[in-house]
Design a protein around this ligand. Structure first.
Ligand code: SF4
Length: 692
């Protein structure tokens, strides 16, 4: 029996664990002493490894390459040589006929690791010659990346997960940490024990609201109005740090001009909050010696998400809560390596290390390293995942190479996404399970899973952490980056790597932000936070030391914008707001957690529609009753979960349920900057299904 140190493959908390292995089989997981988790795990950490034993509880493992030679035909098992040859040939033909930008690719924010993401974006940029590479950050914290890059300079948490408990005030906005990051929720509890004031802004009575000093139960869809009202109070009551603002920020007058229309008294009806509640929240926030703002999908999955992110970071700037210990802004990233996927440049606008694709000098540097002519590189921002269905229907995207993503389960308005897929000529899925997307692929490329390979993840607080291989793969599968390299080679660009470290070192040489993060340093320190520019640099627990921001002027940018209503409003036919949320026992498209016996037993029916007793009574729905939930785009069956923690007028569903996924109902109103869909707000109806 042996114990292998790894990092949990689920959320961005980055918990370290030990996989106990006997005879190439994982027996159990134990908590390890990680910087972020300190010998604690949540239930996904303890029980989320079982899918490696191919339980087939939800869906089978992909065990060999397969090709569907004709549309509508069956998938045929083939050799790796044939799968690589066929994929390369089809991609070359599409590139030749329609151009490089007719091909879309994805990285993966899940168990594959940073090295693979680096290789995938290299494949897109150096082999296909397109910036069409993206990842699921697009549908979660894409607005945090875009917003924070503009106001502060870095699209990431400014602080550390471990430091949250030392802050004296936590403003928790649209973030249900108990369900999405249980180990981060422990830090919030510890902060409370340490005397911190907790202010929660959330329409539901989430777990954190139970320990909050103030719970602002705002109406769904009015985030920008509330954030503006917060700014109004800070200015009007002169609670802001005038000296800090004068020295380290820009844009105060424009900010003042916008928020002047958002006096708390003027937004009471819109927000559903009393002016007194709003004012009190900012008095508490501004009075705290240190304050941290944390947010999640309740901020980012709206059509006006980037503006709200910029507004929240402005609250930190106005009160001087940046650039030192125990303060900061914390967009707590969802999937275990979504920060890493962004770090590695699976973004259509940036190379690894957040270097812009539109910068000729940057392109020159990468072209030189990769042995290609910079003139042949794509100099425009590429396509985002959420744009693919539209562009496929317009005939502009013809091929889609999807690695470790399941857009046919996880993206908004699945009816539209299916139409887009139907319009594609060629779909390649590289994954570990037969997901909804894998079911429609023309080529299936089976990859090794977390547990069967090692590498590096980046957790939500910019911390790089190594994880190790625990077992030998049992099937005819290959490492993700090896598959990509074989296809690249077959397409005429020789690509070969011996191991993860070779890829990592190539990446470091090209990324000043990460240059000092060597394999050795990660091994010695366990957790190294970027920026880490030199070999003797210890990493950066908090950003913006000296209040020097990474913006062009070096100053923090204050920002406010007029509130925009969500795109679709409830009406007589669809009188309720649907908001998609998370479920503590399951993760993402559920292909991994749905195949873990313990997790499946604990929550075998995720996706129940949560509703307030008043709405249930009005609609004649009992707790536990089967219901139809319908929107203008579709109808799904679910079971009612009637409870007082839900605000009247809104219902909530998780997107993991396979039969009747709630993304059949959601709509793809996209934030204009980040192109993130508004999955937190659409109009639905709920109808009871009569008992048989
Ligand atoms: Fe894994 Fe997140 Fe749970 Fe930690 S909190 S054990 S990283 S799912």
């Amino acid at each position: 029996m042996k114990k292998i140190t790894s990092v949990c493959p689920y959320c961005g908390a980055g918990c370290k664990l030990k996989l106990v292995v006997d005879n190439n089989k994982i027996i159990r997981a134990e908590a390890a002493e990680g910087v972020t988790n300190q010998n604690q795990l949540c239930l996904k950490g303890y029980y989320g490894w079982d899918f490696l034993n191919d339980t087939q509880l939800l869906t089978p493992r992909l065990t060999q390459p397969m090709i569907r030679y004709e549309k509508g035909g069956a998938l045929t098992p083939v050799s790796w040589d044939e799968a690589i040859r066929y994929t390369a040939e089809r991609l070359l033909a599409i590139k030749e006929q329609y151009g490089p930008r007719a091909i879309m690719t994805t990285g993966s924010s899940r168990g594959t690791g940073n090295e693979t993401n680096f290789v995938m974006q290299k494949f897109a940029r150096a082999v296909l010659k397109t910036n069409n590479v993206d990842c699921c950050a697009r549908v979660c914290h894409g607005p945090s990346v875009a917003g924070l890059q503009q106001t502060l300079g870095n699209g990431a948490m400014s602080n550390s997960i471990g430091d949250i408990e030392h802050s004296k005030c936590l403003l928790v906005f649209g973030y249900n940490c108990a369900d999405s990051h249980p180990i981060v929720a422990r830090r919030v509890l510890k902060a409370k024990e340490n005397g911190a004031k907790i202010i929660v802004c959330d329409p539901r009575k989430i777990e954190t609201a139970r320990i909050a000093d103030q719970h602002l139960q705002l109406n769904n869809g009015c985030n920008m109005a509330l954030v503006n009202a917060f700014g109004y109070v800070l200015l009007e009551e002169e609670l802001y740090d005038k000296e800090y603002v004068a020295r380290y920020t820009e844009g105060l007058e424009a900010y003042r001009e916008t928020v002047k229309d958002y006096a708390p008294e003027a937004v009471e009806q819109l927000t559903g909050l009393s002016a007194q509640q709003i004012r009190q929240a900012m008095r508490t926030f501004a009075a705290a010696p240190s304050a941290t703002i944390m947010w999640g999908m309740g901020v980012t999955q709206f059509g006006q998400a980037v503006d709200v992110v910029k507004g929240l970071s402005s609250l930190a700037l106005l009160t001087g809560n940046l650039g030192r210990e125990h303060v900061g802004v914390g967009p707590v990233r969802g999937q275990n390596n979504v920060q890493g996927a962004c770090d590695m440049g699976v973004l259509p606008n940036q190379f690894p290390g957040y270097q812009d694709v539109e910068d000729a000098a940057v392109r020159e540097k990468f072209a030189h390293a990769w042995g290609i002519d910079p003139a042949t590189m794509d100099d425009k921002i590429g396509v985002r995942i959420t744009e693919v269905p539209h562009l496929a229907l317009e005939g502009k995207i013809k091929a889609y190479y999807i690695m470790g993503e399941d857009p046919l389960q996880t993206e908004a308005d699945l009816g539209l996404v299916r139409q887009g897929f139907d319009a594609l000529d060629f779909v390649v899925v590289q994954d570990i399970f037969m997901t909804k997307t894998a079911e429609v692929a023309d080529v299936l490329l089976p990859a090794t899973s977390w547990g069967e390979h090692g590498g590096v993840f980046t957790c939500a607080d910019r911390g790089f952490q190594r994880f190790e291989k625990a077992i030998e793969p049992k099937y005819d599968v290959k490492r993700d980056w090896e598959i990509i390299s074989l296809i690249a080679t077959a397409m005429g660009y020789p690509m070969h790597y011996e191991n993860n470290q070779q890829i990592w070192d190539e990446m470091r040489e090209l990324c000043p932000l990460f240059y000092g993060v060597t394999y050795q340093k990660m091994g010695d320190m366990g957790h190294v936070q970027w920026p880490c520019p030199t070999l003797d640099h210890p990493g950066t627990p908090y950003l913006y030391t000296g209040n020097r921001f990474d913006t062009p002027s070096g100053k923090g940018q204050l920002f406010a914008a007029a509130w925009r209503a969500p795109a679709e409003q409830p009406d007589a036919d669809y009188p309720l707001v649907l908001c998609t949320v998370r479920e503590v026992g399951h993760y993402s498209c559920r292909s991994m957690t749905g195949n873990c016996a313990a997790l499946q037993t604990l929550a075998d029916e995720p996706g129940r529609v949560q509703m307030h007793p008043q709405d249930a009574a009005r609609l004649g729905v009992r707790d536990g009753q089967l219901v139809w939930v319908s929107s203008r785009r579709g109808r799904v069956i679910s079971r009612a979960d009637v409870n007082e923690r839900i605000n009247p007028g809104a219902v909530y569903m998780t997107y993991q349920w396979w039969i009747g996924a709630c993304n059949e109902l959601t709509q793809d109103n996209l934030d204009p900057v980040s192109k993130t869909p508004e999955t937190k707000y659409c109009a639905v109806n709920v109808e009871a299904i009569a008992d048989q």
